[in-house]
Write a protein that binds this ligand. Structure first.
Ligand code: OGA
Ligand code: MN
Length: 300
């Protein structure tokens, strides 16, 4: 290993020191970064200064950069870059998504049939307080799940519905999506437990903002089981709390993590740029989406 790294959490996050990500990286470095990302799931780089093109190029080393269905949050000059901000332009229109509100534990793209699970968030402007982001390791959380809960979720599929997530957003502009985006986001199901393709290690796939139940369970029992699971997995010991500094770039794997963000003062400024990458199925655990069946004709 030639990379200079520092563990930030016993199982999850690690920091890579001394890289200038706007520069071209040697093959050896890229290979080590890919391995580190696959192993830790959250990788932090500090004090970066990246154009959108440089950000996109770097992220493209870790997966295939994708545009998301939120074309309304896309950078005007580089549509694969998503802008997340509470700021408005000179005409009072939001310049990006997600505003200043709290975001509860979620996994990006869980509402897609085939989620692109790689993500990167780059901090350009930060509020003096709040707007903190936390990640939870759903491998460690699965390993520590009480046996009875583990048995209850094994073999089960969660139902994930973007409509539920949208209803939880604080701003009307974030709640509304285009007809095209709605067409691309029908309710889907994903197995709640997945095994890593290389290590076989099991992890949970969850999203507390988007799940509406469990396939083949009545809604009330499904939601009750999910609530129990969410309470068990979000214990502090599985969580990495990131203290943002301007210039931070954080990569994460949504295949075995969830993240959340605290709210911040609407009068403060926060500006982040966000990338989405499709990850390699041989190195990363991926969800196995299916279209949710309609209720009609389902066994009771
Ligand atoms: C995201 C996200 C949290 C934040 O980029 O998917 O949830 O801190 N962001 O803005
Ligand atoms: Mn997110």
């Amino acid at each position: 290993m030639t990379l200079d790294t520092r563990l930030l959490h016993p199982t999850l996050a690690c920091e890579v020191l001394g890289l200038a990500l706007w520069q071209r990286q040697p093959e050896q470095t890229i290979a080590e970064l890919r391995a580190l990302f696959a192993r830790h799931g959250v990788v932090v780089f500090r004090r970066q200064a990246l154009s959108e093109a440089e950000l996109s190029e770097f992220c493209g080393l870790l997966g295939t950069v994708e545009r998301t269905v939120r074309s309304d949050w896309a950078s005007p000059t580089m549509p694969e870059v998503t802008v997340l901000s509470n700021l408005k332009d000179g005409l009072g229109r939001p310049i990006g998504g997600l505003g200043d509100g709290e975001l509860q534990w979620h996994s990006d793209q869980s509402y897609m049939l085939e989620p692109a699970t790689g993500a990167a968030l780059y901090a350009l402007e930060l509020p003096p307080a709040g707007g903190e982001t936390f990640w939870v390791d759903l491998r460690a959380a699965y390993a520590a799940l009480p046996r009875q809960l583990r048995n209850a979720v094994n073999g089960k599929r969660g139902i994930f519905d973007y409509a539920r997530r949208l209803a939880g957003y604080g701003r009307e502009s974030d709640q509304k999506i285009s007809e095209e985006a709605a067409r691309q986001t029908p309710p889907v199901t994903h197995a709640l437990v997945r095994a890593h393709p290389e290590t076989g290690e099991r992890s949970l796939y969850l999203d507390s903002t988007t799940t509406t139940g469990i396939d083949y369970m009545d809604t009330t029992s499904g939601l009750a089981l999910l609530d129990q699971v969410y309470a068990s997995v979000t214990r502090d010991e599985f969580v990495y709390a990131h203290e943002w500094q301007v210039g931070d770039l954080v990569l994460w794997d949504n295949g075995f993590t969830m993240h959340r963000r605290t709210a911040f003062d609407p009068g403060a400024r926060r500006l982040m740029k966000r990338m989405t990458m499709r990850l390699d199925k041989y190195c990363h655990v991926l969800p196995d989406g299916r279209l949710a069946q309609s209720e009609v004709g389902m066994p009771i």
